[in-house]
Design a protein around this ligand. Structure first.
Ligand SMILES: Cc1cc2nc3c(=O)[nH]c(=O)nc-3n(C[C@H](O)[C@H](O)[C@H](O)COP(=O)(O)OP(=O)(O)OC[C@H]3O[C@@H](n4cnc5c(N)ncnc54)[C@H](O)[C@@H]3O)c2cc1C
Length: 500
């Protein structure tokens, strides 16, 4: 079956693309997804507090290592199911800051500045707490909700009160740039099932509804791993699957995520010539930026034990402190208070994690051959001296938080690290032992202006030098927004669908 548009990858961005592109009845859309259909979701996907269970290994998530240093790898997961990583993530629904998107526009990417995209963010959501306002929407497919007070546990409450003791204001809405810096509750993309229980709302469930799936011009094929995209005379012509099947279309949109999309392009001969030569893949287009520029938000996990031994399991609630280090012009960190699913071997019950949201170090993604089932080699971004200095400042703030009346009253004991958070270069020492990833990988097929040698895509998400081929997902982002990335990926897809 051929199509007018093929979307490869039915994850966060791909599900939105397929839904929006098939709104035009005369356009035949084919969506190819590697994992199973979203009808296969079980409780591990749907229970918001069960994200850790999904990572631990289910048919819906694919684990892979990221190389942090010669001695250390960090385990990461990605979604491998219709809905993609929106089916296994922590559901936090943040947009990033106006300054982040204005910086995209200022790089020479017209149409991606804050005034352009705010309307898209509003149209995408049904915000059950705020309804329709200048910032929020009440008619979009993504149902967004903040957990009410009674769903918080004692660690959440102590965290919120302790951060306020540090002078950080309470923010009713951490998606409102005017209410930041602040401490508040993550909006989550959730729905309620027939019994009234809060459930994860994945992007595919929100966008690829039964009515959308019933469209005669939309075909969704799951269990299909794209091996490569064929290019003839400078035009992408067809997608070839691992099992040898192939589908042709004048427009092919790759949406395989921050690691999957660069790997698919590289397997197709589109990427850095040195890498392709080393792998013996004929060069179709020498684009050095494919797989380069890998960004992530990195942090340090601090683990605490509760003397009462109560496991502080989380409900669908996540308090967060959103702030700015002293020299930052915009938001550049989150501190999360996270439950730990099961008490650790040393009885740990919850963690505080400071995450930097504009890590200046960069990593990369490299295909390791032509095997479409093999995950690419992922080199995690390494923090620069500037990043480590800001992490040191954050560790000092966490030491101050531990000294607040609210936190002291909680009576917890930090077991990792046992060392003084205010010791000189504490962040460097802890980073060597284990920086953790927020899972916000992106930037590996970045949009950029004409003349930028690292730009893989033009501002309309078109692969430079190849006709009929686009990339739309986390890899498209030139610089990660200072927020969680899933909503940004869905926003990219909403806007790209209009460009196609
Ligand atoms: C553990 C974790 C927690 C996170 N928590 C949050 C959070 O709370 N809030 C937030 O905003 N963000 C969070 N994120 C990040 C966010 O979920 C991702 O940035 C976003 O979902 C990525 O969307 P995407 O469309 O780029 O890729 P994905 O959603 O990963 O979609 C890619 C799809 O392509 C498919 N695919 C890959 N290769 C192929 C192939 N060769 N052929 C066919 N199909 C293929 C995959 O199976 C997948 O379905 C988290 C990420 C992780 C890993």
């Amino acid at each position: 079956m051929d199509a007018d548009v093929i979307v490869v990858g039915g994850g966060t961005s791909g599900a939105v693309l397929a839904a929006r592109l098939s709104e035009r009845a005369d356009r035949r859309v084919l969506l190819l997804e590697q994992g199973p259909d979203d009808t296969a979701y079980d409780a591990s996907v749907l229970r918001p507090a069960a994200a850790g269970d999904v990572w631990a290994g289910t048919p819906f998530a694919r684990p892979y290592p990221m190389t942090a240093s010669a001695e250390r790898t960090v385990q990461m997961v990605r979604g491998r199911v219709l809905g993609g990583t929106s089916a296994v993530n922590y559901l936090a629904t943040l947009r990033g800051q106006p300054a982040d998107y204005d910086a995209w526009a200022a790089r020479g990417l017209p149409g991606w500045g804050w005034p352009d995209i705010l309307a898209t963010f509003r149209a995408m959501e049904t915000d059950v707490d705020f309804g329709a306002t200048a910032l929020h929407g009440d008619a979009g497919p993504l149902r967004v909700r903040r957990s009410p007070e009674h769903e918080r546990n004692e660690a959440h409450r102590a965290f919120l009160a302790g951060v306020r003791e540090l002078g950080v204001p309470w923010s009713e809405d951490i998606n409102d740039p005017r209410r930041l810096p602040g401490v508040g509750i993550f909006p989550l993309t959730v729905t309620e099932n027939a019994e009234g229980t809060v459930e994860r709302l994945t992007v595919s469930r929100a966008y690829l509804t039964d009515a959308v799936r019933a469209r005669p011009n939309l075909t969704v094929l799951t269990g299909v791993t794209a091996a490569r995209v064929d290019v003839e005379d400078g035009r992408a012509t067809r997608v070839v699957a691992a099992d040898g099947r192939a589908w042709a279309a004048p427009e092919i949109v790759v949406a395989c995520g921050a690691t999957g999309s660069p790997a698919l392009l590289q397997r197709s001969g589109i990427g850095p010539k040195d890498l392709l030569d080393a792998l013996g893949i004929p060069v179709v287009a020498d684009l050095p930026g494919v797989g380069a520029n890998l960004q992530d938000h990195l942090g340090i996990a601090l683990l605490y034990r509760h003397p009462g031994g109560t496991p502080l399991r989380g409900g669908p609630v996540q308090p967060v402190w959103v702030g700015r280090t002293p020299d930052a012009s915009s938001v550049d960190f989150h501190v999360l208070a996270l439950p730990i699913g099961e008490p650790g071997p040393d009885g740990t019950h919850f963690s505080l994690v400071p995450f930097l949201l504009d890590v200046t170090g960069r990593g990369r993604v490299d295909a390791t051959g032509t095997d479409p089932e093999a995950e690419p080699a992922v080199t995690m971004p390494r923090p620069t001296a500037h990043d480590l200095a800001r992490l040191d400042w954050l560790l000092d703030r966490i030491a101050a938080l531990e000294e607040t009346a609210a936190f002291t009253a909680l009576g917890v004991e930090r077991v990792h690290p046992a060392s003084d958070l205010r010791a000189p270069n504490a962040a460097t020492t802890l980073a060597d032992g284990g920086l953790i990833s927020y899972g916000h990988l992106g930037g590996t097929c970045a949009m950029g202006p004409d003349g930028d040698p690292q730009a893989v895509l033009d501002p309309r998400c078109r692969v430079r030098g190849i006709k009929g081929l686009r990339v739309v997902d986390a890899s498209t982002m030139p610089v990660l927004p200072a927020g969680n990335t899933y909503l940004g990926c869905a926003m990219l897809a909403e806007r790209a669908a209009r460009l196609i």
